[in-house]
Design a protein around this ligand. Structure first.
Ligand SMILES: NC(=O)c1ccc[n+]([C@@H]2O[C@H](COP(=O)([O-])OP(=O)(O)OC[C@H]3O[C@@H](n4cnc5c(N)ncnc54)[C@H](OP(=O)(O)O)[C@@H]3O)[C@@H](O)[C@H]2O)c1
Length: 333
């Protein structure tokens, strides 16, 4: 079969022939209909992801049709249209992942291929209202957003929410979930057109995170600040988020695209009784809850662009450019 293979750090993944995978006991073989990229795949090309193990086929997100199951697997799955939970070996606790936790797409071969094998426990029915591209855009961003806002930041209907950097795949999913949950959502971006698109998808309005002092402005506009702020940038702009937070507010943190936090007076947090709610991916139960919610509310993940698998390297460049709004999808031919 054809697949993208990341051979070495600093290179683009190559489109090449690899051996067809066979499902082991308890696993399923999926003919990939569509896959999607995450920032994780870009970090891997740069050698900036924990537990680097190359060569490997990247890709954590995918949907497709089950074509076979391994020994002991329920044959009822064969022929079903599925989405894949990218969290492998989460472990027994809901509060945190266990020591064996890993993510599909390194070290285990991922979805940027014509076929992929995964544990049957990681399959869920594809939400029927979604196209293949939309379904492929859901899993990693969706489960990360779900746990960050629902479990860790304890989102309530009616909460005022700010999503920082709405161009991000997880950020946009978090916005769509929060809007569908009955929250009022504001966004930030570096780009006016992204704020405009977010408003079409249900956001109230937006702020430019590049403008110094936007956090205090947002606190005024929201009439006392945000109950929940969602952030994956970190970096020097983090203090603005603290300024935008309402008393008793929660900041859900799941990324560090812009690196270390600035020096911050602890009083800015504790006088507000603020909580920093950190989060990574999500448990199998949370992935099921996400799929049910998305199907019930008919949420449609935003797809920015779709590239053919043979042009996968261009898809990586597009994601790395930060120009995208929503998910970058890759489709086998
Ligand atoms: N912990 C986890 O489980 C987990 C899961 C998924 C992702 N992550 C991490 O979360 C981050 C985002 O991932 P992703 O896949 O959603 O990324 P992505 O789609 O590549 O998002 C990049 C976006 O970040 C925004 N951004 C850049 N600089 C910013 C700044 N200074 N302030 C605010 N926003 C800024 C930009 O938004 P605009 O274009 O609107 O300006 C950009 O579009 C990555 O660091 C990733 O590794 C962690």
């Amino acid at each position: 079969m054809k697949a993208l293979v990341q051979h070495a750090v600093g290179e683009s993944p190559r489109y090449e022939d690899v051996e067809d995978p066979t499902p082991g006991p308890g696993e399923a073989l999926i003919d990939v209909a569509a896959a999607a990229l995450n920032h994780r795949d870009v970090w891997i090309t740069k050698g900036m992801y924990p537990g680097m193990s190359l060569p490997c086929t990247p890709g954590s997100d995918g949907c497709g049709i089950v074509s076979a199951v391994g020994e002991g697997g329920d044959e009822g799955w064969i022929g079903k249209s599925v989405v894949i939970d990218p969290s492998l070996d989460w472990g027994d606790a809901e509060s945190h992942q266990g020591k064996d936790f890993n993510i599909l797409g390194m070290p285990r071969a991922g979805t940027l291929a014509e076929k992929v094998t995964v544990p049957i426990a990681n399959l869920r029915d594809k939400p029927p209202h979604l196209t293949d591209e939309q379904a492929a855009a859901l899993p990693l961003a969706g489960v990360t957003a779900w746990r960050a806002i629902m479990t860790q930041a304890r989102l309530q209907p009616g909460d005022k929410v700010i999503i920082n950097g709405i161009g991000g795949g997880v950020a946009l999913m978090a916005m769509q979930l929060a809007v569908a949950f009955g929250c009022k959502v504001w966004v930030t971006s570096s780009k006016k057109d992204k704020i405009g698109r977010a408003q079409q998808l249900g956001a109230e309005a937006g702020f430019f995170y590049v403008d110094a002092g936007w956090g205090k402005q947002a606190r005024k506009t929201l009439g006392g600040g945000a109950d929940v702020i969602v952030d994956s940038a970190g970096g020097p702009g983090f203090g603005e988020l603290v300024d935008a937070l309402a008393p008793g507010g929660r900041i859900a943190v799941y990324g560090a695209t812009r690196g270390k936090w600035p020096e911050l007076l602890p009083a800015k947090l504790f006088f507000k009784q603020a909580t920093i709610a950190s989060s990574t991916m999500g448990s199998p139960r949370e992935f099921s809850d996400l799929c049910t919610f998305v199907a019930d509310k008919k949420i449609v993940p935003e797809v920015d662009r779709t590239f053919p698998l043979e042009k996968g390297a261009e898809a990586f460049d597009h994601l790395a450019s930060g120009e995208q709004m929503g998910k970058v999808v890759v489709k086998p031919g």
